[in-house]
Design a protein around this ligand. Sequence first.
Ligand code: NDP
Ligand code: 8X3
Length: 251
Amino acid sequence: MNKIVLITGATSGIGLACARKFAANGDKLILTGRNEVRLSEIQEELTAQGAEVITLTFDVRDREKATSCLNTLPQDWQNIDVLVNNAGLALGLEPEYEGSFDDWETMIDTNIKGLLTMTRLVVPGMVARESGHIINIGSVAGDAAYAGGNVYCATKAAVKALSDGLRIDVANTPIRVTNLKPGLVETNFSNTRFHGDTNRASNVYKGIKPLTGDDIADVAVYASNAPAHVQIAEVLILATHQANGSVIVRK
Ligand code: NDP
Ligand code: 8X3
């Protein structure tokens, strides 16, 4: 309780749901994202409910800006207890041999390198304080590739490898590392994937009751609240009629 929680990509979907759930849990929030106006609106919403919130506007791909923003944190906000590496995206669903170089670069730079940047910037303080928790938002997509998922799936497989690697690297400390692997969650994810084609995006969730951002945020808060000797290492969270990244039964 009353931890300092930094969430990347807090302006939408799972990140926003985490902001609301951690705030309701009594935690202090550092909300980061690219959309300054949206961040201010969310800050206003949560402070009206009694939460303490700081916002930082940066793109996780911009290492220098991320570094300088973190350096602006007041002294008593620098001891980040929980890092939620959530910012991420999928772009396209083309076969690997037809994919867009630009889309690949954006996914790799955001989902892998952005996550690594945040980890590199925040975790040394946790190690020095011998306290902390990193919650990475991986995906069922990281367990096995699905048709057209190729590069996105590879980035989420990387999130699993980086979570597992970090867990080994901090095993001699009280720091915990959690990889949350959601399946179908209805957010802005598919709109982004299909470059704003809302019809195509809504078809992704047709005939199945998808997960919500809140469903994932509940697990993140649970992992954070678990007793210090309990490390929720990995959780796969699927919609009930989804069996894996490829098998989705629509009715
Ligand atoms: P949304 O599109 O709703 O939210 C994505 C968030 O990430 C937005 O706040 C977005 O900001 C932010 N973001 C994207 N790129 C950057 C960047 N370069 N720098 C900073 N912020 C960035 O999707 P979700 O909430 O669904 O996605 C959140 C995470 O969950 C992602 O890592 C995704 O891969 C993962 N995930 C999603 C699933 C799903 O089915 N929805 C399932 C499994 C995992 P902006 O608005 O500025 O783009
Ligand atoms: C998002 C879930 O199955 O669309 O990671 O890849 S999926």
